[in-house]
Design a protein around this ligand. Sequence first.
Ligand code: GLN
Length: 289
Amino acid sequence: MPDKLLTVRECIARSAHYLREKGVGTARLDAELLVGTSTGMDRLQLYLNMDRPLDTGERDRARDLLRRRAAREPMAYILGHREFRSREFEVSPAVLIPRPETELLVDYTIEHLIARFPDANGAYRILELGAGSGAICVSLAAELPGFHIVATEISGAAAEVARRNAARHGVTDRIDFRVQGDFAGIEGPFHAVVSNPPYVSNADAREMEPEVRDHEPHAALFSGNDGLDAIRFLLGSAGTFLVPDGFLIIECGFGQAPTISELARASGWLQNRVYKDYAGIERFVLLEK
Ligand code: GLN
């Protein structure tokens, strides 16, 4: 950690070394981003100003941010935002940080809506369980202007973040946020029900990175002993909200897709498709009644 006046170059080098020692895998990149935040420079400006000394205010800010990162706080919480489908989303510890693979959930939802309902002229109604930061519902609404979405979220603090993200991307009037963990009082029907529910089993907590396990909201991650409680709720409740040919699409965890398909068949879902994520893991299950 820097003690006296350091140049940008020295500060980044020391910071990267410090983060690496704390087990941070992306130490150099994170050091650059945090020194950049402390000095009000983007990465290009940093490279053009490597020999400029940090003033004491900048150095103190850098030290605070580096300590947080060394405690394995995720970068997205420290910076306060994360990009999802090329849009910037506010994030805070109240919400799960949007993951790159969840962008595919939005793709498959749009693809199936258009293929199944070509005559709807883009006027689709969608129900989401567990909006979190709003990454999924705000992206859907921003990308297709006829979308109307009812988005539930059990955490009031998370719903506030989601509402701000809807406002930031100009879709407030097309998303009806409800602070609740179920579908009580919601009136259908919908063309699709979408969810990236909590799906991690309690036992898997041990194998998680500290960034996830120690900093992200447990209500957004964990769902009972086998991780399937929220998905069982969806299988039991989503069907009655769908129009004919409507579908349920959910994100799930490694190795869960076959179990979900079996549970779905047992509760009367007709057909399903499973899609893989970028790593080749079966990540999304699509069901219809
Ligand atoms: N994909 C997340 C993780 O592995 C979990 C997200 C979720 O439970 N919906 O950290």
